[in-house]
Design a protein around this ligand. Sequence first.
Ligand code: HEC
Ligand code: HEC
Length: 647
Amino acid sequence: MSNKRRGSVRIRMDKDTIRRVIARHSALVFGLLVGMAATSLALLQPMPAIAQAPAPSEAAGAAPAVSPSGFNAQAAAVPQGGPRAPSDLSLGAGLRPDTPSYFTRIFQSILDAPLPSLIFGQGGIPASIPEHEVDADPTGRLASFQPLGPTTTATNAFFQSLGENGRSCVTCHLPPNAMSVSIDNIAARWNATSGADPIFAPIDGADCPNKVFLAQQGKLDPRSAHSLLLGRGVFRIFLAVPDNAEFKVEVIHDPTDTATTQPPFNHDGCNTDPTFSVGKDATTGEKVRILSMYRRPRIAANLPYVTTTRSDLGVDPPPAVDPVTKLPVAVGSPPVTIDPRTGRPISGNIMWDGREPTLEHQASDATQGHAQAPNPPTSTQVAQMVQFELGIFSAQIWDAWALHLTAAGGLGGPEFISGGVPGLPAQTVAVPPQTVPVTAPPPATANASFPLFNSWATLATSAERAAQRQSVARGEAIFQTRVFTINGVAGLTNIGSVKPSTTGTCSSCHNQANAGNDSFVAAQHDIGIGGTVAAPGHAPAGAPTTIPGPSTELPIFKLSCASGKSTVYQGPVVVTNDPGLAMITGLCADIGRLTVPQLRGLAARAPYFSDGSAATLVDVVTFYNNRFGIQLSNQDIQDLAAFLRSL
Ligand code: HEC
Ligand code: HEC
């Protein structure tokens, strides 16, 4: 890629513009802080008054005091730099020898993408992340806990800008947002900095890097250059179609392409502009096809639960996972990759598509990707990032309706999960008689992954907040014992043999005790997020009909499988917003499979699902109710949402 193109896309700002932006910041940052305080108050209006007492107390009703956190002031950082100097980095420079192939194939386009117009310093990051931190969220308080003590941010690479665009890991993984980033936080940062905060870096914080350039030229409203991040909280994840892919890809819709309405009709969507949709393999120099998908950050907290599986505890034999299909296979199958830090087989559950084998690998790739660092971080820096991530636990601690989540025997909050055993499968409990019809006889027992609020089920009606707490307890019981038909889920209902359906509960997939991700290895399941369905005219008999199909707010890909190859349930020709695991394995059977996520700290990190399609927890539950025909009553929906909100 020539420096000419790099120069032409890079955004330059003269001194006057920079001065104007700084002047605006001083006013805006104050406005932001006041605005945020006002928003939290407004949101908390219908709820009980927040206790004034500063000391966290487990007495019912007393809300733990919010820690003075510097995160909201992140936008107050001082601009430090401008465009990076043209570099003559050769293909693949500085890459670790064991860098995964999906990464080497897109590495150069990361270095070629323009930098943000201003590069912010780290001034908004607090000096220390305390051992206990409590932050307000829209329905209560979220707490973070570091059992090993506070973290000094100046000496931990998680908080340092190691790349060229001013970002650090904490740009997108913040303790107040359960180590993800909420759409409210993104909006506040946009408003405070007019989009100059490093989270909006063109590389993946814009619909496509070229949009930022158009906005700079006045050809596009700056907000619409970042419409997907502002509208759904999603970042651009760009991956090369594997060489061995069983499918061919056609882009049939790219909402970020303005070519049809704006002369000179050059295609400018990230999936249609050749600059961003065609790349070069860093090792072989061959042309590769790059797809841009848009995904939410997963939470970088409670991570021992993501890297540990039930097999590590000896609950199951060592994971017998086909290294290609990632489906569990018979014991004695080919060996799986070992994580050098733990000495255990990798979990296969890091990232929405399981593509990162270890947290160390992930940290290195994220530094070179999101932060646009030309060289990988040192092993000391990687160790610091991983140590912090593994040592921070996040969970809701106080709910505006049920109040303190550790009161009256409740086991909410981060301390309980920090003391739990990662990898533990859910405990087996009896299924109560069903009040709703199921299409197959319900099993006698189910998995209880969250034994957190069952003591609230039997509270006396006179007890404090009995009605609200019983709603949470009912939600927990529905989550664990309400049986429904799970049909056509690639990665689940085809284990062993292809079956049209099985019966299960929410905790069949969200089955890891305390965290609610999957305790099995390589747990990527296609539940219908991404909308993978047969292309019009290609629907096979018996395909599930309750998947809404791909959203037109995101790019839509048409994947046509080679002769003899097919998806599991939707036939050989499908449309989707996100091929998921198939972008890593190249297999048609893996199209649409995405990793079962943790369910803690949900209240602090809306919107939900990998594509940000569910704005609220009621939307999440409604999705499942429609997709799997669960027949939840309105009360059930409210109860489930109350439970999810308390996690
Ligand atoms: C620009 C925003 C952004 C930045 C900066 C960022 N991340 Fe992420 N992170 C994401 C997104 C988006 C995902 C999910 C992507 C996917 O799965 O395809 C993610 C996923 C992760 C995960 C996976 C968690 C899980 O359970 O699967 C970890 C761990 C993580 N990031 C750590 C880091 C570290 C360490 C850094 C700094 C080197 C970092 N992130 C920087 C956005 C970001
Ligand atoms: C067949 C497996 C399966 C079942 C059953 C299931 N889930 Fe999920 N769940 C997933 C997968 C896979 C995802 C990630 C999909 C995505 O976002 O792309 C997910 C995502 C979620 C999320 C979003 C989390 C986030 O970080 O955005 C919530 C909340 C959730 N599920 C709750 C539930 C509830 C409530 C039920 C029962 C009504 C349920 N799940 C049943 C597999 C399942």
